[in-house]
Write a protein that binds this ligand. Structure first.
Ligand SMILES: NC(=O)c1ccc[n+]([C@@H]2O[C@H](COP(=O)([O-])OP(=O)(O)OC[C@H]3O[C@@H](n4cnc5c(N)ncnc54)[C@H](OP(=O)(O)O)[C@@H]3O)[C@@H](O)[C@H]2O)c1
Length: 297
């Protein structure tokens, strides 16, 4: 396989650059790579980055993208990322979440270039945390299943694929995306009461630390790698930390249990990731408090 050492002469293709994570990757990758990116429904411009509107589910258009960009490496982030939407739109979301990653692995295999896929902690059922790379996927939602099928299909199509399992992420979403923190801040500022699970645990990481981890993984592996944050925390405790850090004195946070709120997609109780393999490779995400302070300031 070609060397993956970054070099400004080398071209990195990031799918889903209009999304939260794709935008965060683009912000640091541009220092070492010539970056091309894609969007679909949300047009944007990013200085120094060539962007194309592509429906990745159309194989002809995907192939044309590869022909136009001639990438030396690919980070595939584009997906339908709302588990509730995926639960209610299984066939539609299967296409972008499972078939497209496998197609991308096939194209990367043909070019013998590094291919990195952003999978999810939701490939696990949440019953036996923390999860290491050796644990077998055990998804309980269609979204988790689609990600697990994509992982397996990509490895089958192109064994050199790098699979990064991402935790819950937060931070600056860029110009056209969003993540769960902005609606939370807005609701608190509007004086709304927010119900937050006290019995649902994740290992969140900021988008910018996640982006750094992905570039480390692209450089160091094939294989599976977990890019979880340094702290295991419930949604409720996360909301409390956010309120304290942002100095919201009147936040109305209501601790509740998963069983109190019925949603289309089943929710695993604790998909905390064991990310010691990534730490050993130099992935060193900041504490939640530090990242929230940076967002506040
Ligand atoms: N955010 C998290 O907390 C989290 C946690 C675990 C794993 N992940 C994984 O990390 C990756 C990035 O997540 P994210 O939060 O950045 O997602 P996001 O903000 O929802 O962005 C999704 C991206 O996919 C693009 N997209 C969707 N359908 C497309 C299609 N048919 N053709 C081309 N592009 C399409 C969107 O483009 P437009 O917006 O322009 O339509 C957007 O750029 C995903 O693979 C997700 O499964 C995310």
């Amino acid at each position: 396989m070609a060397s993956v050492l970054p070099d400004k002469m080398k071209k990195l293709l990031i799918t889903g650059t209009s999304g939260f994570l794709g935008w965060n990757i683009s912000q640091i990758a541009e220092f070492d790579w010539t970056v091309s990116g894609t969007y679909f429904a949300h047009p944007l411009t990013i200085p120094h980055i060539t962007l194309a509107k592509v429906d990745l589910t159309l194989f002809r258009d995907l192939k044309r993208l590869f022909n136009d960009v001639k990438p030396n490496a690919v980070i595939h982030t584009a997906a339908m990322t709302d588990p509730n939407f995926c639960q209610q739109n299984r066939a539609l979301s299967h296409n972008i979440n499972t078939q497209v990653p496998i197609n991308i692995a096939g194209l990367c295999s043909g070019l013998e270039i590094p291919c990195l896929f952003t999978s999810s902690d939701l490939v696990f059922d949440g019953l036996t945390p923390p999860y290491s790379e050796d644990d077998e996927p055990s998804p309980i939602s269609f979204y988790g299943e689609q990600k697990a099928l994509a992982e397996a299909g990509m490895k089958d199509r192109y064994p050199s694929t790098v699979i990064c399992r991402m935790p819950l992420m937060f931070g600056d979403p860029g110009p056209v995306a969003a993540n769960f923190i902005q609606p939370m801040v807005h609701a608190i500022q509007s004086g709304e009461t927010i119900n937050l699970f006290a019995d649902e645990f994740r290992t969140p990481v900021s988008g910018r630390d996640a982006a750094k981890g992905l570039l480390i993984a692209l450089d160091k592996l094939p294989g599976i790698i977990h890019l979880g944050g340094p702290e295991r925390i419930s949604r409720y405790e996360f909301g409390k930390l956010l309120s304290e850090t942002f100095r919201f004195s009147n936040a109305r946070l209501n601790p509740c249990r998963q069983e109190d709120l019925k949603m289309p997609a089943p929710r695993p109780p604790d998909v905390s990731l064991d990310s010691s393999k990534a730490r050993a490779l130099g992935f060193n995400p900041k504490s939640l408090k530090e990242e929230m302070e940076a967002l506040r300031d």
